[in-house]
Design a protein around this ligand. Sequence first.
Ligand code: ZN
Ligand code: ZN
Length: 254
Amino acid sequence: MISLASIGSGSAGNAILIRANGTCILVDNGFTLRETRRRLATLSVDAEEIDAIVVTHEHGDHLSGVGPFARKYKTPVWMTHGTWRACRDKKLPDIHLFHAHQGFTIGDVSLEPFPMPHDAAESCQFVFRAGKHRVATLTDLGCTTRYMEEHLHGLDGLLIECNYDADMLRNGPYGEYLQARIRGSWGHLDNVQAAAFARKVDGPGLQKILLGHLSEKNNTPDAVTRTFNEHAPELAGKTAILAQDFASDWFCFD
Ligand SMILES: [Zn+2]
Ligand SMILES: [Zn+2]
């Protein structure tokens, strides 16, 4: 069995937990130490139980809470060489660098990173595998590719980004430049792109599709639900939207 929980998901901060047997991995942390501990408690996890922190990229909503947590609990941190180069916080107690195409193992979990088209130094997302069960994260990317489709075939669980609603972005508070950056191939996925990709990797084994990283300014859970109902109605029973302000439940795949 492999389990996934969101500590919080959205443009204001991201962190995910992956658990299999005795291993517990924190993926990113964009929350303060106090907030992280508070949310971990709602998932019945002690900070000391976390075996490693894996970082997807250097943006603040993923990295800001990594250093404080790692220093406090002496947690090993894993990231790509490029992310490390771009990471301003170099005072991490135990750093492990990897290549975005090279798999590695932490305890009972195998991690298969794959690179992302995103405006970061060397960002990646992961397939996490324990036994025959696989779950993947796919956030912070401007477009999806055929490689991702093939790589994410036959998953048990998927967490995918629904960053923005195209109309809300166009009519929202962001200026031209920032809008273009978000919309571009190195930016973020909108709700329609996420729905289209989720349909492509859907299969009989895919139990749950978690919709996350919603922009506070350019998206709402209602807009996500509307888009999925329209573009991927067959997935309605499988999806759940992750919140920014509180942790999710545990999602277990077995
Ligand atoms: Zn992000
Ligand atoms: Zn990012």
